[in-house]
Ligand binder design. Structure first.
Ligand code: FE2
Ligand code: FE2
Length: 270
């Protein structure tokens, strides 16, 4: 069960709506995040099927992980609807599902159970660090309820990472995947980091709001804003540490590799 409840722990009425209402970047970020998080149900089903040989993992995926991810989505949706009630969230979400569901299937999983756990760790690295950055951003905006919400989500995401790490260890004791295979999953996931799901979220919002075809230039402008926000708030060191962890490198090697990865992340715009 989730460790917190957004209906009790977040005071939506305390939000200073006027302070943030004009912040279109914030609106877009939170709405895209709400779409992706709320759709975790579909992904949890795929994962539970993939790990059906492991009842403990299936139980955790379906009773904790899925519930927590979906709560992230609901809590973000409630925030968006509180600050931007004129936005037809439901209609935009339907459009998002039309775009997103066809690519969310079992074939999208890694070829082995250990390697899929690595992929999940990279995804959780992405979400942990994103909400960490959003928490700092919200604090600077002077929006404590949003900072609190992002902090709760951040803590859950770090916890998810630890679970996937534990299962990765268990599966890799059987599979013995080497660093090369693990690294290739990390690189592949990083390439997807400014991914299709975010673009689809943006497209769904754009089409719903403007009632016209998606404009890739508008997405480019948003992408640039994400980059500007990342420069100021993204916890790069934390991201690199979490990303490199499944490689189980010696500390000295990790210290050498870290600046290289940091450079690569910036080139990728992560
Ligand atoms: Fe989440
Ligand atoms: Fe998560």
């Amino acid at each position: 069960m989730p460790k917190w409840d957004y209906r009790k722990d977040i005071d939506y009425d305390a939000i200073d709506v006027e302070r943030i209402k004009e912040n279109d970047f914030l609106f877009t970020m939170l709405t895209i995040a709400s779409f992706i998080e709320i759709t975790s149900e579909t992904y949890a089903m795929n994962l539970a099927e993939y790990y059906r040989d492991n009842p403990e993992a299936v139980a955790w995926l379906t009773t904790t992980w899925e519930k927590e991810e979906v709560q992230h989505g609901k809590a973000l949706r409630a925030f968006v609807e509180h600050v931007w009630p004129e936005f037809p969230w439901e209609r935009a979400y339907e459009r998002f599902l039309q775009l997103y569901l066809p690519m969310c299937n079992l074939e999208a999983l890694q070829p082995s159970q250990a390697l899929e756990m690595v992929a999940r760790m990279i995804v959780e690295t992405g979400t942990s660090t994103l909400y960490r950055a959003l928490e700092s951003y919200a604090t600077d905006l002077g929006e404590p309820q949003l900072a609190k919400l992002c902090h709760f989500i951040y803590r859950d995401e770090v916890n998810h990472y630890s679970y996937f790490d534990r299962y990765y260890k268990i599966y890799n004791e059987k599979e013995h995947r080497g660093r090369k295979a693990v690294l290739s999953v990390i690189v592949q996931r990083l390439k997807e980091a400014d991914g299709e799901d975010i673009k689809m979220g943006f497209q769904a919002i754009y089409e719903t709001r403007h009632d016209r075809k998606f404009d890739p230039e508008a997405f480019e402008a948003f992408h640039k804003q994400v980059g500007d926000m990342a420069k100021k708030y993204y916890p790069y060191s934390m991201a690199i540490k979490m990303m490199l962890h499944p490689l189980r490198m010696h500390k000295a090697v990790e210290a050498t590799v870290t600046p290289v990865v940091r450079g690569a992340l910036k080139v990728l715009g992560v």
